[in-house]
Design a protein around this ligand. Structure first.
Ligand SMILES: [Zn+2]
Length: 114
């Protein structure tokens, strides 16, 4: 099911997907959120096709394996902006990492060597 017109039938169609920075974009000239040059983020496109709706700008897509080029649906997670930021904050904060072992301190409060 098509929820909006893709660029495929556009007369200047040159094949759709391009990499800019660390993300892939897809040519989507009629998309309401298309950026300059009429592209949208490819991972948002994938989720929009799955959800059959246009994502709101405060809806984010998280790449589960941390690779922004892995746009398989099982690597993508739809989150609110708030959920996404708090998830990244946790991922970047070693206290929330279950493999994190804090350095031990001695009686003087100094870190001991591992
Ligand atoms: Zn993320």
């Amino acid at each position: 099911m098509k929820i909006y017109k893709t660029g495929i039938d556009h007369k200047n169609w040159k094949g759709g997907i391009t990499k800019r920075g660390k993300y892939l974009y897809i040519y989507m000239p009629f998309h309401p959120h298309a950026i300059e040059g009429r592209y949208i983020l490819f991972h948002r496109y994938k989720i929009e096709m799955q959800e059959k709706r246009i994502l709101k700008t405060n809806e984010h897509i998280h790449h589960i394996d941390g690779n922004p080029l892995n746009n398989e649906l099982d690597n993508l997670k739809l989150l609110s902006r708030k959920e996404h930021y708090s998830l990244h904050w946790k991922l970047n904060n070693p206290v929330f990492n279950k493999n994190y072992i804090p350095n031990k301190r001695n009686e003087l409060g100094r870190f001991t060597k591992k």
